[in-house]
Structure formats: structure tokens, C-alpha cells
Design a protein around this ligand. Sequence first.
Ligand code: SF4
Length: 222
Amino acid sequence: MVTKESKNNKQWLKDKQRPFTCDVAENFISVTDIKQYIYCPRIVYFDRVLHAKQIFGSQQNDSKKLHEQYITKEHNRKDAIHYSHELVNAEKYMYTTLCSNKYELQGNIDCIIKTTKNEYIPVDYKNMKSNKGKTHIQHKYQLVGYALLIEDNYNTIVKQAFIEYIPEKIVIQFEITPTMKTFVKRIIGHIKQIIQEEELPPIRTAEHKCRGGCGHKQICQQ
Ligand code: SF4
């Protein structure tokens, strides 16, 4: 349950991060679009062309609320950067909104770690299980999208990221390579094409992904 206090906390987090926020341009694509595209390109069409309302079960709505609570909790945790000894004394910025004019991209990043060696590392918290101890591929490329935003905003090179799968209490670190960044830049181009040409992508998604998690099952398979 989201209490009034936790809502206030979240607002406080946003206020706290104001120096890093930006005015989000409506025509920018979001890092969430990249994640959705990798899961299934048709989601982008339903979200960004039809602006269809996603229909989720109560379990998914609860999960969203728990995710917000976790960000607040992580922010409040003293010395919360517990992923590696190398990160001791690093700074962290919670719930940061970044935009990139270069990529026409925007996103809300759960946490950005800035190490004592000035390395920037994006972190994402997932209130779901991992892919049998590995990251889900759409999550991995979501973090690559964040890497592009961080690089463009902080004039740096992002080399790694973390995803924490909260229910399993596991944190997965992975490398972000130039090839992964090139792949995401290509995806950004495909997403823009879907939006500009209002083109419904064909169904190429495995059946098990179409059980309702995308939020568009009804409209897609009418
Ligand atoms: S129902 Fe399946 S094909 Fe349709 S948008 Fe959802 S995931 Fe994609």
C-alpha cells in the first residue's frame, strides 16, 4: 500500500533531484519504449500511435506501487550502495529524469551511481523475478538506453550497469558495450519509424509473452 508518507517521500525525491531533471519533450521517445519494443514492437504502436490505455491486473498495479516504495527505501538506506566494495563512498542519485536532444530520448532512472573515480553506473530495480538468475533481455537494453542518456548529459562513457530483482534479492551486474549502444540507437530509429509512419508491426512475439503482461492483449488480439 502506498501511504501518504511514501507519496510525500517520492515527491521529495523528485524535488531533491531537480537540478538533474529536464522538461520532457512530448515527441521524444522514452527508454520505456525501448524496453517495450524489445519485448514486442506492437506495444510501441498501441502506446505511441493509438495511445491505447494499458489494462493490467491488480498484481501488476501492486507491483508498480511496490517499486516506487522500494526506490524511496533505497534512497533512505544509509550506505545503500551495497553492490560492490568498489562502490563504497560513491554518490547516488535516485529517480532522475534525463533527456537527450541528440537521441530525442528521455527516461526516469531509478538510481545513478557516481563512483569516486567519476564513473556513472545506472541501476534499475525490478519487482519481479529474473530470467533464471539472468537479466531479461528487454531489461538489459533498457539500461543501455539509460547509458545513452547519461553519456549525453554528463559527457562520460558508461561501461556497466546493475539490475536488482527485488523478490529474489539478486543484483546482476553486466557490461555495456559499444555494440549494445549501436543496437539501441538502431532500435530508437525503428521506434521513430513506427510512430511517424503509424505502422502496425506484424506479430512476431512468442505466444507465452501474450498472456496479458503487455497490457494490450485485448486490443491486439480482438
Ligand atoms: S498481445 Fe502479444 S503480440 Fe499483442 S502487443 Fe501484447 S505481446 Fe505483443
